[in-house]
Design a protein around this ligand. Sequence first.
Ligand code: COA
Length: 214
Amino acid sequence: MLVDHFPLAGLRLTTPRLELRLPTEEELSALADLAVEGIHDPSVMPFAIAWTDQPPADLARGVLQHHWSRLSSLTPRDWWLNLTVFHDGVVVGLQSIGATDLAVTREVGTGSWLGRRHQGRGIGTEMRAAVLHLAFAGLNAEEAVSGVLEGNEASLAVSRKLGYRLDGVRRLVVRGACAVEHRLRLTRAEWERHRSVPVTIDGLAPCLPLLGAG
Ligand SMILES: CC(C)(COP(=O)(O)OP(=O)(O)OC[C@H]1O[C@@H](n2cnc3c(N)ncnc32)[C@H](O)[C@@H]1OP(=O)(O)O)[C@@H](O)C(=O)NCCC(=O)NCCS
């Protein structure tokens, strides 16, 4: 079975409303459809890499290839896991988590997006809480980092609600212009103080060596 060779295929995070896991090929295709349908107001760019500016066919193929590329390049030293987010069995977005030398740095990073019609209902907060639980309770992380481009109030609000603190800025080129990214950092103590979403993790034990945490 696939899970015997690649245990991440059996990893599943569950919150009161959501399930986060690797998708089947058809579910991955639904994720690509969702991205093409729209993630944000086209007049603003919330991502440091403006990947949503591509024509629809390239954007859809890019979602698939990005998914496969992260899976194929994953090593215990350096990995990103793109978890598809399901609400009532429907694909609503993507929540990623990654780390480099996790056993030493004890730090994870995250990134996420939701289809536009699924935003503003607390799903973004719930899915980030799910991977934070994976990081702190499952992988023994000490800190989690994230970044938000200036003006992305929804993403900033999600981070603030979960206990992240501002941690400096980075100046980037986005759409050919200078953009300021606010760095955010969440300590284990602040995670514990702010956690309010119950999360269940299934299938983690066989994944630990693959994530450099075992
Ligand atoms: C960022 C994102 C994942 C958040 O998901 P979401 O489900 O919309 O977020 P939630 O509903 O859980 O929470 C959003 C919070 O932002 C707040 N918010 C939204 N727009 C806001 C604004 N303009 N000003 C202030 N607060 C705002 C909401 O009030 C809510 O806070 P509350 O629960 O305290 O009221 C989602 O909006 C998204 O995919 N955006 C486009 C892609 C993106 O920006 N990805 C992140 C890149 S860093």
